[in-house]
Design a protein around this ligand. Sequence first.
Ligand code: TMO
Length: 312
Amino acid sequence: MKKFTTALTAGVLAAMPLSALADSDDPIVIPIHNWSSQIVMSNVVGQIFEDMGNNVEFVTTDSQAVYESVRLGDVTLELEVWEGAFGASFRAALEKGGLHDAGDHNAVTREDWWYPMWTKDACPGLPSWEALNDCAALFATAETGDKGRYLDGPVDWLKHGQERVAALGMNFQVVNAGSAAALWAEIGAAEADKTPVVVFNWTPNFAEAVWPGEFVEFPAWEDGCDKDPAVGPNPDALYDCGNPATGYLKKAAWDGMADKWPDAYATLQKISFTNPQIAEMAKFVDIDEMEPEEAAEVWLEQNEDVWGAWVN
Ligand code: TMO
């Protein structure tokens, strides 16, 4: 009888398409970084995988080193590959092998120097970077002397602000924020008396619904601007371009994911968030002060029609 059952089971299994095989019980490892939409989106997708019967483990990791971890299979996937901040690390890992592009989100992204609109009243030539540079004295602080202060993102986002200032001969000093929250605090503090400020910001984000503003227009991004000094207006320098103005937002996956968790992988391939959905995820945390797990639960409750279509 035992033999018969085994043979029958084997026969049934052989007749089933591969995708009908169950996902491994091992946890799908999802990385968490230091900006709100990524944390909420990771919780949203983790909760979807759990709903499908999978085990999920979250790990807090550096947002650049994560590509090496995914390539090696220590981390299973990455849900927010922003072209501007992480394109170089993603491409480097792709070249080494072990990780692949698991598709684009619907979202179009931009990450760059940004100012709230009141700054333009004081510096009407904006958004051009040359006009910003001519207004550098408006942004001077005790900390930066006669140079303008630019508050860049946390160091691990590798925005190369200092290299850009040097490459374009700008009269600015770059200060790295310790956290995303420090960027919002800087804008919030400037709002009361409409002090001109220029800080790193991105879209999609909650900030666009709170503070109308614009990105500074630098020389347009060209492929190779971070690799080949000849690319961009300064023939001797890297990083003499802005970030991509219509950047991608990709998902990345470890090559072994499709075999080990075929159902979850099929869902990952279908997952695609829009700009408004991502901005709302950030808002739940940065404005409404929800915990990320709670924000994910609320998002899932309110968008069952969206994510239901991604699950078989
Ligand atoms: C990586 N980020 C979206 C914060 O620019």
